[in-house]
Design a protein around this ligand. Sequence first.
Ligand code: AMP
Ligand code: MG
Length: 424
Amino acid sequence: MFERKSIQLEEAITRLMKFAHPGEMEHLSLLDALGFYLAEDLVADYPIPPFDRSPYDGFAVCSIDTVKATTHSPSILKVVGEIAAGQVFSGTVRKNEAVRIMTGAAIPEGCDAVVMIEAVKEVRIGDEPHIQVRRPLRPNQNISIRGEDVRQGKMIAEAGKYINPGLIALLATFGYEQVPVRKKPVAGIIVTGSELLDPGEPLEQGRIRNSNGYMIHAQALRVGAEAVYHGKLSDDLEVNFKSIATNLEKSDILITTGGVSVGDYDHMPEIFKRLGANVLFNKIGMRPGSVTTVAEKDGKLIFALSGNPSACYVGFELLARPFIRAISGASHPFSPRVTAILGKDFLKKNPFDRFVRGKLDWKDGMLFATPLGLDKSGVVSSLGDADCLIVFLKGKKESEKGEQVEVILLDYEESISVGEFSSG
Ligand code: AMP
Ligand code: MG
């Protein structure tokens, strides 16, 4: 028997995050970069807008020509030209002249304000178009000034930022056809258990379907990893050892389920020994997922998750998900946490930190988190509805409906991950 020393989740995360080195940089075309993490700081190499421009359809004027304008005695300006978006006015605008201008067009030389089309009366004097301006304009009124949006040299996005549609817009604005991103890690997945049948196989007495393999694969895909499923293996030490050793070489991280406990066919501890891997921890003071083990070999991590579906799920979410995000280049790898109201009593005692699968509801302007179904690590039924983990810290007594609880979000866009983890 080997020894298991239980550590706190926070300590487990600290130990494994020491091995979280972002992958290599690669360049992807603009749209392909969606969902990746930026590998370099993005600095504005020119100001936005790059020239003074009109935010409205209207008339570019010189504000000084309007200082005396009133409803009864409007300033009358001669319209000497027209500028559509994308065009520049080549003429000069003289005293008491205006230029018809469209949204987005450059303000002509000599003008310093724009009067909106709705605010003027267009009149003809003789054959020539004029406008009546009924209120004075201030210098720079209704002008988008060069650089008002982004100053040249300003940091627009830091390396490690998730590339969402808004950042795609910024990258396009600054002319990035190719975007420097961090490569997504290859996450190898291996499932162990002689009792396991795949979904296509008919049920047999004493055997169960392999849900973990598909679940972990989906969880790895959800966090954006390049997930590679290496199949399910029987509980054969040699077979397991070989598969883990060879597939670790092909992966950036390896995730296994099953065989990590203390049963006769739980081979993971022996496999780590044979691999010469450095076991970072093999017991965490939490439920479910207390047997979650992480080992390191040549700088790569192997996450050995419990075979119990709920424990496997929670182990992935709390440990593997932030790690995958970190090696994907995220500067903020942890799942967001919010405060919610407990939707029903949770009367279990908490000798350990407990992460209970829950469902979020928005009701009467408040966020409720309700524990789901059977809270046992072996159950699968509560996983389908789970969109959060409700945190009950060690030592917390019974919790009643209506209490405030902290919840970890599960179904959210990766972009809203946070920078720090705390178990409390
Ligand atoms: P183990 O961690 O191998 O001791 O397995 C713990 C429990 O989880 C046992 O009841 C297994 O039958 C079950 N189990 C293991 N692997 C899977 C899997 N891939 N899918 C569903 N249940 C599993
Ligand atoms: Mg097993």
